[in-house]
Design a binder for this molecule. Structure first.
Ligand code: 13P
Length: 256
């Protein structure tokens, strides 16, 4: 149960914010404010059209760039979709898959999350796989069952070798964009449940090496306490990642 065996990753999810010119400015500011903060990896997951310019702006800095979705097919008649090889050639290193907003608004299921994850890993991307319970599930006392099931279904048929390129982001849906944060104990409890499921699937050594982030109204005020928990290895940050000064403070909180 040692946090120092795994990488702490602070990732921003810009969602549908930032035009390319705004992205360049924000990446440069974030890079300047987080320079030399090597206690964690720093990732910004940006809209597709921002990737190329964001990668250019992040060159030579410690900021890595990711996307927010990827299609599972390599190419073809899938209007509006983006393939893993397109993301890679644009310079993305990471991709968020299975965010609750995609599950809620765009018909994403555990099956499609699993297919996208496999395609992204096969292409050489690192995956930030999002899962978490909705409010009704928490109130019904079935959070553990829900996240356990999501973990199993989303990771189905993914090899132990590929798991090394997966980060799981535990994002309770009721905490996203609401200002309601899970308490550090709630975050710790569910991250530990997820790690335990991964231990059952891949063995406990692999599970101990897995980075599990918390996401949901994480900000510069609550990050340190959340990140102090032994099973919380980073954050996936929405709103606060749009403001480089706030995001940099969360990166600071991860240096401990
Ligand atoms: P907020 O930090 O805005 O709550 O968003 C969290 C999130 O959805 C990150 O993916």
């Amino acid at each position: 149960m040692k946090k120092d065996v795994r990488k702490v990753v602070i990732a921003g999810n810009w969602k549908m914010n930032m035009t390319p010119s705004e992205a360049v400015k924000a990446v440069k500011e974030t890079a300047a404010l987080t320079a030399g903060k090597n206690g964690c990896d720093v990732v910004l997951c940006v809209p597709f059209v921002d990737i190329a310019v964001a990668v250019e702006a992040a060159k030579g800095t410690n900021v890595k760039i990711g996307a927010q979705n990827v299609h599972f097919e390599a190419k073809g008649a899938f209007t509006g979709e983006i393939s893993a090889s397109m993301l890679l050639e644009a310079g993305a290193e990471y991709v968020i898959i299975g965010h609750s907003e995609r599950r809620q608004y765009f018909g994403e299921t555990d099956e499609t999350v699993n297919k996208r994850t496999k395609a992204a890993l096969a292409a050489g991307l690192k995956v930030i796989l999002c899962l978490g319970e909705v409010l009704e599930e928490r109130q019904a006392g079935i959070t553990a069952e829900i996240v356990s099931m999501q973990t199993k279904l989303d990771l189905a048929d993914i090899s132990a070798e590929d798991l090394k390129n997966v980060i799981i982001a535990y994002e309770p849906v009721w905490a996203i964009g609401t200002g309601l944060t899970a308490t550090p104990d709630q975050a710790e409890e569910v991250c530990a449940i997820i790690r335990n499921v991964v231990c059952g699937l891949y063995g406990c050594e692999a599970a101990e090496g897995l980075t599990i982030q918390y996401g949901g109204s994480m900000n510069e005020g609550n990050a340190a306490e959340l990140l102090s928990k032994v099973n919380v290895d980073g954050g996936l940050i929405g709103g606060a990642s749009l403001v480089p000064e706030k995001f940099a403070k969360i990166v600071d909180a991860a240096q401990a």
